[in-house]
Design a protein around this ligand. Structure first.
Ligand SMILES: [Zn+2]
Ligand SMILES: [Zn+2]
Length: 406
């Protein structure tokens, strides 16, 4: 534990924790766990919070951990979020701290997120005396799927005390270390799945007139779905419809009974998302009906669009500018999804990318790949940002009191 006190400047307090921060991150990196299996990670987090004297709850939405730092003064409640899960792929980095869990790799940087929030917790706990309100620390499971944010919210994480604002950080190898992306509006896409079962009537491959061919109908549906993005959505609104699986048939001379299509839908606007859902269903059903087949369409909503509140983003940017040596940059939204979106839909806030790439050191490989690793110089920046966001938010609303539960 560091020797810093409440009067130590934030940057110094963060610097004092640097070794522990890197050690924590490497510990998580060596011992990655998949979504809802983060038992050892959660236990490590809980043990640290206990050691710091931070009140906390474990087993929230299975493996989630929630800590509470109650300030000396009344005020609002700000939520800081980190995700803890790793991905099911083998690590090939050859790093000294590489995964010891075969086939599981912290390939998205969530090891860093967990370590950063633990360090921020330590510093904020030291500053309880100056806090006007409460900091809620959320260590979330299963961001990579099926999603831990929604079940945590359903378990009541936004209440007791009621959360007034939320912030989350994501390390990003799309941006060099030393940069921060802090911007309002949509920054990550919604992700939905669809499944279409086309039912026809099977028969001999040489006698198509005696059948209703679900392969031909399925192929027509795949083609027509591409028209939604190109002809039905405003070209200024991004959207993706990908058919990733198309299964039918068993032999060259049999027209099968059924074809199964599966795919993903990505949008940056809830209205566009609704339009795509509606038209996808109508087009699939309509094409099938025209061919005397039947299409059963099932759409599953996974993650909503990640939208940063404009006012909160502006506030976060003003705070981020105070972190020494960082540059605020902009980036275009990405079509990958994030379940931080559920927190941001429940309380206004901002999700921030912390640049973590270092081209000279070769630490710039893509997320979710076997060679993913990042520059650990990004970690202290994230810790300082977490601390400053919480302190500044609570100080800014000091005296305005909590908005009250609802
Ligand atoms: Zn990821
Ligand atoms: Zn991630």
């Amino acid at each position: 534990m560091s020797a810093s006190t409440a009067s130590t400047p934030i940057s110094e307090a963060v610097a004092a924790l640097k070794d522990q921060l890197v050690a924590d991150r490497r510990h998580f990196h060596r011992h990655p766990e998949l979504g809802f299996q983060e038992h050892a990670t959660a236990a490590y987090v809980a043990e640290r919070l206990a050691k710091l004297g931070i009140e906390h709850q474990t087993g929230v939405a299975q493996t989630g951990v929630v800590g509470l730092i109650r300030g000396a003064h009344p005020g609002r409640c700000v939520l800081l979020r980190a995700d803890m899960d790793a991905l099911p792929l083998a690590e090939e980095t050859g790093a000294e701290y590489a995964s010891q869990n075969l086939g599981v790799h912290h390939a998205c940087g969530h090891d860093g997120h967990t370590a950063m929030l633990l360090a921020a917790a330590e510093i904020l706990q030291q500053r309880r005396a100056e806090l006007h309100g409460t900091v809620k620390l959320v260590f979330q499971p299963a961001e990579e799927g099926p999603g831990g944010a929604k079940p945590m919210i359903e378990a009541g994480v936004m209440e007791n005390p009621h959360v007034d604002a939320c912030f989350g950080l994501h390390l990003s190898n799309d941006n060099p270390v030393g940069t921060l992306v802090v911007q309002g509006g949509a920054i990550q896409a919604s992700a939905d799945t669809f499944e279409i079962t086309v039912t026809g009537s099977g028969g001999h491959g040489a006698s198509p007139h005696q059948t209703v061919d679900p392969v031909a109908v399925g192929a027509a549906i795949v083609g027509e779905l591409q028209r939604i993005v190109s002809r039905e959505i405003d070209p200024r609104d991004p959207a993706v419809i990908t058919v990733g699986a198309f299964h039918a048939g068993t032999a060259h001379n049999i027209i099968p009974q059924r074809a199964e299509l599966r795919g993903t839908i990505r949008t940056l606007d809830p209205a566009v998302q609704e339009t795509v859902h509606k038209r996808l269903r109508e087009i699939a059903e309509g094409i099938a009906a025209a061919a005397r087949a039947k299409a059963d369409v099932r759409i599953g909503k996974l993650y909503p669009v990640t939208i940063n509140d404009e006012g909160m983003a502006e506030f976060a940017r003003s705070v981020a500018e105070q972190v020494p040596g960082v540059e605020i940059v902009r980036r275009r939204p990405i079509m990958g999804a994030e379940d931080m979106s559920f927190f941001l839909n429940a309380a206004p806030g901002c999700f921030i990318f912390v640049g973590s790439a270092n081209h000279e050191r070769g630490l710039d490989r893509p997320h979710h790949g076997p060679y993913f690793d990042f520059d650990e110089a990004a970690l202290p920046i994230g810790v300082e940002l977490h601390c400053r966001l919480a302190l500044a938010y609570l100080a800014a609303h000091h005296g305005t009191s909590a908005s009250g539960g609802q």
